[in-house]
Design a protein around this ligand. Structure first.
Ligand code: AMP
Length: 226
């Protein structure tokens, strides 16, 4: 068992994607974001994308069989890197069990689950101000992480857009889905002694530095490459 896996857990807008992006270089872990995979599938009009689109638009969870197909494909493609960073997956207890199976079959083990905690007022502000790059998927925020050139991605120059599910009504629905379906995972991982709570109500760099400090305790190579 030498491949490490970590989960980023938290409500929509808690900062999972932003933190994952910042951690990528420092950890060298592969980044699995089921939300990104779904958005790619919708853009590519694949059979999974076509089926998932309506659920996402309503702010509901996409059915497990579709998610598990995407996740299995990701792991097959990613091969055996030095670690995995899971963002937005698992979102239900059933998915958590399937994740355990996937990791076991790849000689990987889940070492830590970071729960990003943030107040609801901050969540709504983050989601309504969020902008994504249409080309590379990078995350921005109109005030907190503004692009250097308005409407353009700092990394690739792609066009920035607002996710259709980042509208007020859908945000409320997604928060309700989180409380009803995903929050159970907090107790599940706390019982397994894997949960670490992170204050994500701070500027991104402070949150990332806090996570990196904790990761280094588990994996001394983290940060050595950044
Ligand atoms: P995210 O980018 O993580 O905020 O996900 C956006 C949307 O994709 C969610 O509101 C769900 O509709 C869907 N989604 C992403 N990940 C999952 C998952 N693990 N299980 C079910 N639905 C998901």
């Amino acid at each position: 068992m030498d491949i490490r896996a970590m989960v980023l857990l938290g409500a929509p807008g808690a900062g999972k994607g932003t933190v994952a992006e910042a951690l990528k270089a420092a950890t060298g872990y592969g980044h699995l974001s089921t939300g990104d995979l779904l958005r790619d599938a919708i853009r590519g009009r694949t059979p999974i994308g076509v089926q998932a689109a309506a659920f996402m638009k309503r702010g509901e969870l996409v059915p497990d069989p579709l998610i598990l197909a995407l996740v299995t494909e990701y792991f097959d493609r990613a091969g055996n890197g030095r670690g995995y960073m899971l963002d937005g997956f698992p979102r239900t207890l059933a998915q958590a069990t399937r994740l355990d199976d996937q990791l076991n079959s790849r000689r990987a083990r889940l070492e830590v689950v970071f729960l990003l905690e943030v107040s609801e007022a901050v969540i709504v502000d983050r989601l309504t101000g969020r902008r994504l790059c249409r080309n590379c998927g990078a995350n921005f925020h109109i005030r907190n992480i503004p692009p250097k050139v308005a409407g353009r991605c700092d990394h690739c120059g792609g066009e920035l857009y607002q996710r259709p599910d980042d509208q007020a009504d859908t945000i409320r629905k997604r928060l309700e889905v989180y409380r009803r379906q995903t929050a159970d995972l907090i107790a599940y991982y706390a019982d397994r002694q894997l949960l670490q709570r992170i204050d994500s109500d701070r500027p991104r760099d402070e949150t990332v530095a806090d996570i990196l400090r904790r990761l280094r305790v588990l994996d001394p190579q983290v940060g050595a490459r950044s």
